[in-house]
Design a protein around this ligand. Structure first.
Ligand code: SF4
Length: 259
């Protein structure tokens, strides 16, 4: 009987890079799913995205951004009006407080501008390290790794780290990839988590990473069953990428809202 020797650090790094390359091919459409046109809008959208889908946030923000254009607008907001505008995103009282406090802090400490440094961003109300990395990567082009629930689950399934603390995960994964790739890598991992490698029933039999993933088999490996688990507008392309007949992907999967 042969036993497989444990993976070396070099072997893990090589596998991580291969995973990165496959994800680049699998999700050419990966991007920040929160609509925004500047750093303030992205900061606001990210605060609203707590416990809420990006799709719902994107439904709310056009009207919000048209009404509130500057940090001073949020600082001087009428609470009842702001609450009403963001109510569909849930936890709207807390989120309203965060937005007003964010506007005040930006006006008092940063001349109304969102700062482009992690150390400054994390001092702002409603902005933790994860949010700060989203803002840096997408509004300032500063590479950042975003460890959200999808990112955390996937890198653990891939055996790339055994860490459970988000900051330690960020450092462990950052060490495996070139810094310039961090932001897009984060988007692609999160895309894969939302569309293929779901928390409860990952679509293992329809996953482009099957050969590189030690957790293959966590979800159904039968292609027909797995194809039904794919989600999002490119669900049929994702099936085709692993040789599955795209017609096996039901229409509701294509139309499904990604979590
Ligand atoms: S093979 Fe399964 S567990 Fe591994 S990444 Fe793909 S869907 Fe996730």
């Amino acid at each position: 009987m042969t036993t497989r020797s444990p993976e070396t650090d070099l072997g893990r790094t090589r596998r991580a890079r291969r995973i990165g390359r496959v994800l680049t091919e699998t999700h050419p459409d990966a991007h920040c799913e929160l609509d925004h046109s500047n750093a303030l809008e992205l900061s606001v959208a990210t605060i609203l995205s707590a416990q809420c889908t990006d799709k719902k946030v994107n439904e709310v923000t056009p009207k919000l951004f048209a009404r509130y254009r500057t940090a001073a607008d949020y600082a001087g907001a009428d609470r009842a009006e702001l609450e009403e505008l963001i109510r569909p995103t849930g936890f709207y009282r807390n989120k309203t407080s965060s937005l007003i406090n964010l506007g005040r802090a930006l006006c008092e400490r940063y001349d109304g501008e969102v700062p482009g440094r992690l150390a400054d961003l994390v001092t702002l109300p409603g902005i933790g390290r994860k949010t700060a990395n989203v803002i840096l990567g997408n509004a300032f082009d500063v590479p950042g790794i975003t460890v959200d629930t999808h990112f955390q689950r996937l890198v653990q399934r891939w055996g790339l780290t055994t860490e459970t603390d988000p900051v330690k995960i960020e450092h462990a994964i950052g060490a495996l990839y070139p810094k310039r790739d961090w932001t897009m890598l984060s988007h692609r991992i999160i895309f894969h988590g939302r569309r293929v490698c779901h928390a409860r029933k990952p679509a293992c039999g329809a996953c482009t990473l099957a050969k590189l993933c030690p957790a293959y088999g966590t979800g159904p490996t039968d292609p027909v069953a797995a194809a039904k688990l794919l989600k999002g507008p490119r669900a049929r392309d994702l099936a085709a990428a692993v040789g599955i007949d795209p017609d096996l992907v039901p229409q509701q999967a294509v139309a499904a809202e990604v979590p």
